[in-house]
Design a protein around this ligand. Structure first.
Ligand code: SF4
Length: 284
């Protein structure tokens, strides 16, 4: 009996997933696979969360006024600048803003020079009540064309990483430090980061996640207002204004350096533990 198109597509997806696990250096394992909604339900203690599909109901948000300011991070990190108004001043630590309101405020933004060459503002995508947020650097060509973050090759790898964690993209929120594509995929410049990052801070406060994963140096340095290298802090829990934050490599870096996938997988396992997600190794 010949395979249907659906079977072929499913087999290809399984093949890609297994290849991804192999790249991570994982022995074969299985997950207790249940439907996404009931699985998500098991991710969190009943006392703290109840989940239906991609909807997450949280306890009343902790007052972020009690959160640590950048100067009292759990690790001592040199701030980018000790003078002038903090970028954090732009963020409302007791946010009741919705993502829609923040997007409306952003408008057809011309606050920095990146607006000149962009086709589409890439605001962010995913669950507005996500417990887990991935923050990247900025849109690339595919993202600029589609208006969605992480949809190119690096995005496909990020999707695989999310699925390896037992989640789906719709369970998490994905956004970038800058919302417009830097020409030639260069790094965003400091003035561009300064203009755009207040919107990121507001997105984070609106969603109020349990964990923030910084993908790459720009996200790490922007959130922690530091110019230190991510390499010293990769895989370590840090504090971003009371949120648990973990920096890891950007998927684009992993495409160039596949050997680093194993490090990222270790980092993601820490995140999984924090979120109550489990991977069960197959019995031999
Ligand atoms: S990168 Fe951000 S601040 Fe700059 S134009 Fe785009 S949306 Fe506005």
């Amino acid at each position: 009996m010949s395979e249907s198109a659906a079977d072929i597509a499913r087999n290809e997806k399984i093949k890609q997933r297994l290849q991804f696990y192999e790249d991570l250096g994982l022995a074969p394992f299985y997950r207790d696979r249940v439907s996404p909604s009931s699985q998500s339900l098991q991710l969190h203690s009943p006392a703290s969360l109840s989940v239906s599909g991609s909807q997450v109901m949280k306890q009343p948000p902790l007052p972020k006024s009690a959160a640590m300011p950048p100067a009292t991070l759990s690790r001592s990190i040199a701030p980018l600048s000790s003078s002038g108004p903090s970028l954090f001043d732009a963020a409302n630590k007791l946010s009741t803003e919705t993502l829609l309101q923040i997007r409306d405020d952003l408008g057809e933004c011309t606050r920095c020079k990146l607006h000149n060459a962009r086709h589409t503002i890439v605001f962010g995508d995913g669950n507005p009540k996500a417990q887990l947020i991935f923050v990247g650097e900025g849109p690339g060509a595919d993202e600029d064309a589609q208006g969605l973050p992480f949809v190119g090759r690096a995005g496909k790898l990020l999707t695989q990483m999310i699925e390896a964690m037992g989640l789906e993209r719709r369970d998490v929120y994905i956004c970038n430090v800058v919302k417009c594509r830097p020409p030639g995929n260069r790094q965003p410049e400091p003035d561009e980061v300064a203009a755009c990052s207040p919107f990121l801070f507001r997105q984070l406060d609106s969603i109020n996640p349990k964990v923030i994963v910084c993908l790459g140096a720009t996200a790490f340095q922007t959130l922690l207002q530091t110019n230190r290298s991510i390499s010293h802090y990769r895989g370590q829990w840090l504090d971003y204004r009371g949120y648990k934050m973990l920096p890891t490599y950007h998927p684009a870096y992993l495409l160039r350096n596949p050997a680093a996938k194993a490090d990222v997988w270790k980092d993601l396992q820490k995140v999984m533990a924090e979120l109550g997600l489990e991977i069960k190794k197959k019995a031999k």
